[in-house]
Design a protein around this ligand. Structure first.
Ligand code: G3P
Length: 217
């Protein structure tokens, strides 16, 4: 399973990239706004830090303007993935860009039928939002299961990029289903490293080692 970080915070991306666990970055207009940076500069900076796919979302709602925005964004770097919303115009843009060899991430997916459309439009990634579905009393992980089944049934190459992840169990459940990618906030990626028994066990080992008075070096 690939891990992407869902943030526009360069410091966080650099820190986490150093762990070797970051395969890509996803951003959205809300995260970009929070960064306070000019969008093109922000994406340029992220692409310089992360060689994997970096999702940059268009902000137009109509196909023609989405294409113009995508033209600007895809010139930034080879690893820019154009993110489009799951709307008729977004999917039209997805098809045009995918046919042209550009990676597209279709976002704001909340149903298996929407995911099927994105795959037919040639999306490199589909982003189903599990946390936001859980928030309204629907099982987000059931959607991941459905999409993975549908994509397997037809051999679609579109990768399931589980988004709106809120905690480590979302990552584990998505991995058990076989989703290709999990994008998560930096704090969630850090949580994956932790277990209290690891801390406790390490402390006991270190205490016993200190009693020997030895040093490996
Ligand atoms: O980037 C899309 C998605 O991951 C947003 O997550 O927590 O705002 O629902 P969230």
């Amino acid at each position: 399973m690939k891990f992407f970080v869902d943030t526009a915070d360069i410091k966080e991306i650099k820190d986490l990239a150093a762990t070797g666990m970051v395969d890509g970055v996803t951003t959205n207009p809300s995260l970009a706004a929070k960064s306070g940076k000019k969008f093109v500069e922000l994406i340029t900076e992220i692409c310089a830090v992360c060689p994997g796919p970096v999702s940059a979302e268009v902000t137009a709602l109509d196909h023609a303007t989405m294409m113009k925005e995508a033209e600007v964004l895809r010139k930034i770097a080879k690893n820019v993935t154009i993110k489009v919303p799951l709307t008729p115009d977004g999917l039209k843009t997805c098809k045009a860009l995918s046919d042209d060899g550009t990676m597209v991430n279709v976002t704001l997916c909340f149903s298996p039928a929407q995911a099927l459309l994105a795959a037919k439009a040639g999306a490199a990634f589909i982003s189903p939002f599990v946390g936001r579905l859980d928030d309204v009393g629907q099982d987000g992980m059931e959607l991941i299961d459905d999409i993975c089944t549908i994509y397997r049934n037809y051999g679609f190459a579109t990768e399931v990029l589980v988004a709106s992840i809120r905690h480590p169990m979302h990552v584990v459940e998505a991995a058990k289903i076989g989703a290709h990618v999990a994008t998560m906030p930096p704090a969630t990626l850090r949580q994956l490293f932790n277990h209290p028994l690891t801390d406790k066990g390490l402390k006991a080992f270190m205490d016993d080692w200190a009693k020997t008075g030895q040093s490996i070096l």
